[in-house]
Design a protein around this ligand. Sequence first.
Ligand SMILES: [Zn+2]
Length: 406
Amino acid sequence: MPYFDKAVETMPRERLQALQLDKLRVVISQLLGRNRFYTNKWKEAGAAPGDIRSLADLQALPFTSKSELVQAQADAPPFGTNSTFPETEYTRFHQTSGTTGAPLRVLDTPESWDWWGKCWGFVFSGAGVTSADRLFLAFGFGPFIGFWAAVEGAKRVGATMIPGGGWDSLQRLHMMRELRATAICCTPTYALRLADVARQENFDLSSIPIRRLVHAGEPGANVAHTKARIEAAWGGKCFDHAGASEVGAHSFECEVQPGGIHVIESEFIAEVIDPQTGREALPGAIGELVITNMGRPGFPVIRYRTGDLVRMNLSPCTCGRTFARLDGGLLGRSDDMVTIRGVNVYPTAIENVIRQFAEVEEFQITVTRQREMQDLEIQIEVANAADAESLPRYEMKARRFRRLDG
Ligand SMILES: [Zn+2]
């Protein structure tokens, strides 16, 4: 079983929590008095972060929301106040994709950037990517963080990294074949898109010796029927990973694939809360993932509300890791939940049904409101359909879910 850091990944829970507490106290001491955003925020909330003696004390600190971070940039452009060191210490710039509102700009120091690479080391090792692999990154390498950090992670596990930016889908397929790529990083949607292009161009996908697909950006790789479809098309094993520009690469799927992703708990503290009340969710209940990162003091997030719905599982995994698991990966966005005739519906559940049908190439979900009732319409594009209107295609985050109900 390949591990990135076996001692840490298989550590008994009590020791893991002691490690988290140590790291949390260090990062807080780095921020106090230096990071304007958190120093002011804690002062206004009347919190005493210097007094943290246990992990439970973390709950006394206020949540951080994305809108606060965006507002802190609007107030002090261009980079805002969530910055701990003088600007001369920072060497990397990225910004969020802005799928839901104004993009958030993030800066990293060389140490924080190394930490991103370390987190990706856990992701790749979990997926069994090693120094024997030729890893193709089907990614545009723009300002969106996407797979930039995967470049650093590839170095950590010794894989040969092949950048695939500035190419169209067919060129990428040819390059992967010529270089005999054995692993690929892309969104799950784009893995399916490449398979469609191969079919249209009579390009034999089995001529590329891909054995590992590492996905991010969308939950698809943990949607059972999407995963099955990707694996059938590529003949490789597909792995989910979750992360965000403002948080870091926080979770990954192990080779055993127990139907969920492990949180890198040596680098992050994960909490699950009831999104309505903000209180800790009951064990095993679906709630919103709240993350604290401990290796990125230059741009930290303490109790960050990710908006992602998860179900946490602390039972041991057969891979030997003690890191908590998020069953089913990211289940959806807390604001994407729709109530149809009294039933809570998530877009990932709809995707899992739709992807069972091989004929479906693309789909789009639209939510409208008729008086007090929500309605949900699904448009489906079928392969080789005559006079069909095409739905949009995506390379990065797919936008298949639309709300017109305000
Ligand atoms: Zn595992």
